[in-house]
Design a protein around this ligand. Structure first.
Ligand code: HEC
Ligand code: HEC
Length: 155
């Protein structure tokens, strides 16, 4: 009798836990940046620090970061695109294409397989390209850029 009560209690607790965790993480929200999008409160920092299963931000980003004009206010970020390739310098397969929004941010909640790493590039609104020389195994671009490395510049 006691055992059955314990089992029901455990079942109830795990059910409550599942309901709670679904509510806590907004992972069910699909979000992808577009040229026209912008955040009401301009978002900065390591996006995935908050837009992750245990974070307070809406949606769980697989790629997220911020681009800046290499020459301040020359609008190179406007209509810029971030691309991720399987090989350096735009080689191999183009796996991800993301529009940079009006706040200079790009993000997606769509699953991305980084496998052995992907090679980022940014194409500015003027069509100028910058390639990251190394592969990244994480889509949390701002975990390095703007922290230990330069910010991501568009020309
Ligand atoms: C310190 C935590 C934190 C960081 C870091 C953060 N965000 Fe957010 N973000 C939030 C919270 C909380 C909300 C919810 C506010 C709301 O929806 O009103 C939000 C909302 C958003 C939204 C709007 C979602 C919707 O409902 O349409 C977007 C888009 C977004 N963030 C993108 C980003 C990007 C891109 C980055 C990185 C450059 C980033 N965020 C960094 C906490 C964060
Ligand atoms: C582990 C740290 C790290 C992560 C994560 C990272 N990068 Fe980089 N990135 C670098 C380093 C280091 C360089 C080369 C040196 C520099 O430009 O600061 C670089 C260079 C670049 C460049 C070329 C910069 C230039 O001025 O020519 C682009 C574009 C870029 N990264 C985009 C991205 C994007 C997009 C992401 C996320 C998908 C990303 N990076 C994730 C470290 C990182």
């Amino acid at each position: 009798m006691k055992k059955r009560l314990l089992i029901s209690l455990l079942l109830f607790m795990s059910f409550a836990f599942i309901v709670e965790s679904c509510k806590e993480n907004g992972c069910s929200r699909a979000l992808v940046s577009t040229y026209q999008a912008h955040e009401t409160d301009k978002m900065t920092g390591d996006c995935m620090g908050c837009h992750s299963p245990n974070g307070g931000g809406t949606g769980c980003f697989r790629v997220g970061g911020t681009a800046f004009d290499s020459i301040p206010a020359d609008s190179a970020v406007k209509n810029a695109i971030v691309k991720l390739y399987t090989q350096p310098n735009g080689g191999g397969e183009l796996v991800v294409t993301l529009q940079v929004d009006k706040s200079g941010n790009f993000y997606t909640t769509s699953p991305v397989s980084f496998a052995n790493g992907l090679y980022p590039a940014i194409v500015s609104g003027q069509g100028n390209i910058r390639y990251m020389p190394n592969a990244t195994i994480t889509g949390a671009c701002n975990s390095c850029h703007g922290v230990v490395n330069n910010t991501i510049w568009a020309d």
